[in-house]
Write a protein that binds this ligand. Sequence first.
Ligand code: B4P
Length: 199
Amino acid sequence: MFNLILFGPPGSGKGTQSEKIVDKFGLIHLSTGNLLRQEISGKTALGLQAQNFMDKGQLVPDEVVIGMVDSYMEKHPEARGFLFDGFPRTAAQAQALDRLLSLRKTEICKVIALEVSEEELVKRLVKRGETSGRSDDTNEEIIRKRFAVYKAETEPVAEHYRSKNKLERIKGEGTIDEIFSSISNCIQAEMSNHSVSAQ
Ligand code: B4P
């Protein structure tokens, strides 16, 4: 299997780029943000629990997210690889992902980290909030809280992968196509290291 992580702060374009990546490279998209929002719109017990955290700009508890990821992977035994978008976001999630993958006799091949300045991120999220109806995007104070959580809990996860020589940092500012072109080059190089074809 060929597994990737798309890493970066809130609003860095993970969701935007993921759609293009799965389209081109035939991976299964696993976005914990999307899975949580589906649970919320379905008004499930998990969704109601998650909404409380997301509305405050906090992370949903690890055990909830990890269980959700495990069951999504179970539903896709045919996958030639997964693109993890917005996961892992804590050290405990990164360790759990290593375990889930090793049980399936596979591992993460590359982590692509999108780098975007905080001012640009705030602009993007405030703009998205005008149309998306996402409650976590409408208030600048909540957006700033999400960045603080990112710095404290998520940014250190990059080190877990850098120390294994799996981290590639990519500039996440510019047009969506320019950024996708840099990401594609990185994935293609990695696929040829692993002798995997693009589709
Ligand atoms: P996510 O759904 O993961 O979303 P995100 O980090 O806010 O945004 P993303 O980086 O995907 O940005 P996008 O492409 O949409 O998380 C939401 C919440 O869910 C978290 O705060 C947390 O509470 C919870 N959660 C999720 N995963 C979790 C986990 N593993 N553990 C615990 N809790 C978890 O882009 C943003 C905007 O920018 C869009 O409007 C887009 O159109 C625009 N944009 C994109 N690229 C652009 C570009 N190049 N130029 C200009 N604009 C651009």
